[in-house]
Design a protein. Sequence first.
Length: 273
Amino acid sequence: MRQVRIGAPGFILMDEMRRDMPGTLRKIAQLGYDGIELLGFFGHSAEEIRGWCAQAGLTPYSCFVSMAELLGEATDPNNPIDSAVAMPGNTPEEKLRYIREIGCEYIGLLLPDDPMDETVMERINRASRLARSFGIKAQYHNHAQEYLNRWEDGYRMDYIMSHADEDLLFEPDLGWIEIGGGRCPDQLRRYAHRIEIVHLKDYYREAFDTALPHVFRPTGYGVMDWATLLPLCEGAVRPLWYTADHDKAYDRDVFGELGLSLDFIRNALQYCD
C-alpha cells in the first residue's frame, strides 16, 4: 500500500483553534494525523503557526481563504469565518506571502453562494493566477449548492470546471456531493486529473433524497459507500492528501469524532490495493 497522508479538517476545529491553536494542533497530532487543513488564522503570525505545526509534527498543507479578501474586496468583519481567515497585509501579494510563510501549498477559495456567471468565474480565475504566481495551488472546494444547482445537462460544478483555468484544481468534498444530489464516482472519474486533495465527509439521512434532512457523522459511520469510493480514489485519483472532513459533532467530543474518522480511513485504505 502506498504511503497516504491524512489531514484534519479546519472547520470543525474553529472554536478550539480560536481558544488555543498550539494545544489543538498537539491534540490533532496525538490522534495520529499527518497534517492540518487550516480554516482560520485567528490573528497569529505566519511564524507562530508554522512553528506550532512543526512542534506538533503536523504539515499545514492547505488553508481556506476569502476570495474577496484576496482580491482586495470588502469582507464582513462580523462574519465569523471572514474574521477567522483574515490575513495580515494590504495587498494580495502580502497576503499570499503570509500563506507561503506558514507553509501551505494549497488554498481553498471561500466565496458566497452567488449565481455562477462569467463575472464570478473571472474573479475565481484571477485569484487562482495570483496564487500560482506565488507557487500556491488554488482549489475550488464544493458544497451542496454546486450539485443542487444545474447547468445545461450537468451540475454547476461542471460549469465551474469548464470555465476555470486548467490550473484551478478541484477539491471534492464527497459528502457534500451526495448531500447535493451528485454522484461521486462520476465526478471523481471526470476530474481525476485536477484533484490532489479529497475530502472524506460522511453523513446520515434516510434516503438519497435532497429534500430530506441530514446529520453529519464521522467518516465511516454514515451512509457513504466507502467500499466503492476509496478504491476509486486510490485507483483513478491517487490524491496527495485526504482530509477527514467532518462538519459538526453536535453534543459529542470533537477530538473523539476525528479519532474515529482517522481510524476508519487508515483501516479501510489497507484494502484498496
